[in-house]
Design a binder for this molecule. Structure first.
Ligand code: HEM
Length: 147
């Protein structure tokens, strides 16, 4: 319960518009693993990462990612209700060439964004609470990978 409060409180404190935070997250992600950029078919339209991240298609994906996190935060009491959605989302990511190993660096980027955005409110228990939620989401998405 303490974990849920930490997650809800911190997510709310980021404000209504989550897109700028998503941009911080994906800027970090492409910094840590630039090859992920190439999985977006529309990445051909931009030569440098900062161009990409301000293009409409990338902003749309960032917005979608933030909406999925938002859904997870809203369903902390019944995360299993998102199982089918997340499994399908995993399937779509396998189809575009994402590997499940990339979720580790996505998680790192999420924590990086939280650290940047929350400042002194980014504490060890908060970090752990987010890691726990993230691992549930990743586990559900990973079920969408066929071997
Ligand atoms: C769709 C790539 C991580 C949520 C897509 C698409 C690509 C992609 C290429 C299809 C084109 C598009 O809709 O823009 C990636 C890569 C990721 C990543 C390379 C990191 C390794 C995530 C994460 C989430 C997410 C962490 C949410 C937790 C979505 C959603 C869609 C999508 C909701 C739309 C699916 C649909 O069309 O129904 N992603 N993605 N993505 N992605 Fe990601």
């Amino acid at each position: 319960e303490k974990d849920k409060e930490l997650i809800r409180g911190s997510w709310e404190s980021l404000g209504k518009n989550k897109v700028p935070h998503g941009i911080i997250m994906f800027t970090r992600l492409f910094e840590l693993d630039p090859a992920l950029l190439n999985l977006f078919s529309y990445s051909a339209n931009c030569s440098i990462t900062s161009d990409c991240l301000s293009s409409p298609e990338f902003l749309e994906h960032v917005t979608k990612v933030m909406l999925v996190i938002d859904a997870a935060v809203s369903h902390l009491d019944d995360l299993h209700s998102l199982e089918d959605f997340l499994l399908n989302l995993g399937r779509k990511h396998q189809a575009v060439g994402v590997s499940t190993q990339s979720f580790a660096v996505v998680g790192e980027s999420l924590l990086y964004m939280l650290q940047c955005s929350l400042g002194a409110n980014y504490t060890a228990p908060l970090r752990q609470a987010w890691l726990n939620l993230y691992s549930v989401v990743v586990a559900a998405m990973t079920r969408g990978w066929s071997k």
